[in-house]
Design a protein around this ligand. Structure first.
Ligand SMILES: Cc1ncc(COP(=O)(O)O)c(C=O)c1O
Length: 410
């Protein structure tokens, strides 16, 4: 399949076939393919100034973008650093955390994904094809992974909610027994994206924050996938009602144009020193203009509210399939970040990655693009543009039903 064109929630291949795009360039084109306001802002900036190295001179677009983000960020005062990819922003967040706390160790979740540069890949621990490789290693020292609140497959063998969040209790043990006790930060995705739309219980991050505060550890939320409206609020942290110390943004920030950011509460960001970070493309004027237009569009149309409404319809429709089809193990998510976990049997919960690939191919054949993820490669990821309408959700649900029936009949 070769994609040649994109218009809002649809993309078209070389043969002219139309697909409903429910992955949005990996949760990126949140304002729709070819969003006219974003494209216009890019064109305007291109004609004015493309590049001068914004980490060497001040330019206007990054200043405007920083102001705009500060207006909506969940911090009293907000500092921003702009880079190009999510991985790069994760690297910067680790440096800021270490500078601010003057401590080294970093905690992160089992099976999380934070990118592929060395620190980003060390923070992550996704198994399978996204995993670490002996030959490419060694990775970095000072990173400790802690259990993820993946309640469908609890690593600790508990059932939610009677577990009383043992994963948070173990986090405290690990701080004491598995680190140097000089821990700078805990880095987590509010909802694990590549890891399979693993959706922690509502109170999880608030409970984690209490532990982190006791030990003077910063909470860094990697909102590369959850940020800017996807989970039904502007921030994933807002969905979980927790105040982090830092937020990492990427993907959706530029609606397809490459830009990422680290946002921090003021004094945390102030600790970064000249020389800690520099990038030729950092705070690129054209990308910052794209990002400002993206954020404006999000705010103007309050698209996080649409994500909440359309996400509920999607979740409800797919939950019905969870009851009807033996191979649909669990449907979960928040807003327009929904996962469908495919298993051999409901009772045994054996991950079925082969079936997942076949179903995904069937969906594409029937005109619907979705993503693939999960620790065992058995989760379909549904992350469409936040501009989708009820008719698109209905069309997608019909294609799911048709494809599931076809798969059942194989
Ligand atoms: C949560 C999260 N963090 C970081 C990254 C890395 O972003 P990039 O691929 O832009 O380096 C990704 C990419 O999928 C991601 O999903």
């Amino acid at each position: 399949m070769v994609i040649v064109e994109g218009r809002d929630v649809f993309v078209y291949d070389l043969e002219g076939k139309r697909y409903l795009d429910f992955w949005a360039g990996i949760a990126t084109v949140n304002m729709g393919h070819g969003n006219p306001k974003v494209q216009e802002a890019v064109r305007r900036q291109m004609d004015r100034l493309v590049h001068i190295a914004s980490h060497a001179y001040y330019t206007v677009p990054p200043l405007n973008l920083a102001k705009r983000l500060a207006e909506i960020a969940p911090f009293d005062s907000c500092k921003s650093v702009f880079c190009t990819s999510g991985s790069e922003a994760i690297e910067v967040s680790v440096k800021i955390a270490r500078r601010f706390t003057r401590k080294h160790d970093i905690l992160s979740l089992y099976g999380s994904y934070h990118g592929r540069t060395y620190a980003a890949q060390t923070v992550g621990s996704t198994p399978g094809c996204y995993g670490k490789s002996y030959v490419v290693g060694p990775y970095l020292l000072g990173f400790v992974h802690v259990p993820t609140p993946y309640c469908y497959r609890c690593s600790l063998g508990y059932e939610y909610p009677s577990c009383n969040l043992q994963c948070v209790k173990i986090l405290e043990d690990l701080i004491n027994f598995a680190t140097t006790r000089e821990v700078a930060a805990y880095i987590a995705e509010p909802i694990l994206g590549v890891g399979g739309i693993v959706t922690p219980p509502n109170e999880y991050f608030r409970e984690v924050k209490k532990v982190l505060d006791r030990y003077g550890i910063l909470m860094v939320l990697d909102e590369v996938q959850t940020g800017l409206g996807r989970t039904g609020k502007i921030w994933g942290s807002e969905t979980y009602n927790v105040k982090p110390d830092m937020i990492v943004l990427g993907k959706a920030l530029g609606n397809g144009w490459p830009i990422s950011a680290v946002l921090t509460r003021g004094e945390v960001g102030d600790s970064l020193e000249v020389g800690d970070f520099f990038a030729t493309w950092g705070a690129h004027p054209v990308m910052c203009a794209a990002a400002e237009a993206t954020v404006d569009y999000l705010l103007r149309f309050r698209l996080w509210e649409n994500a909440e409404r359309m996400g509920s319809l999607m979740l409800k429709g797919l939950k019905e399939f969870e009851e009807r089809f033996e191979f649909v193990g669990e449907v979960r998510g928040k807003g327009l970040m929904v996962g469908v976990e495919i298993v051999k049997t409901k009772r045994g919960k054996e991950p079925d990655s082969e079936a997942t690939v076949k179903i995904r191919e069937g969906l594409a054949k029937n005109g619907l693009l979705v993503g693939l993820g999960g620790w065992w490669g058995n989760v379909l990821r549904i992350q469409p543009p936040l501009t989708i309408k009820r008719e698109h959700v209905e069309e997608a649900l019909n294609i799911f039903e048709k494809t599931f029936k076809e798969f059942e009949g194989l």
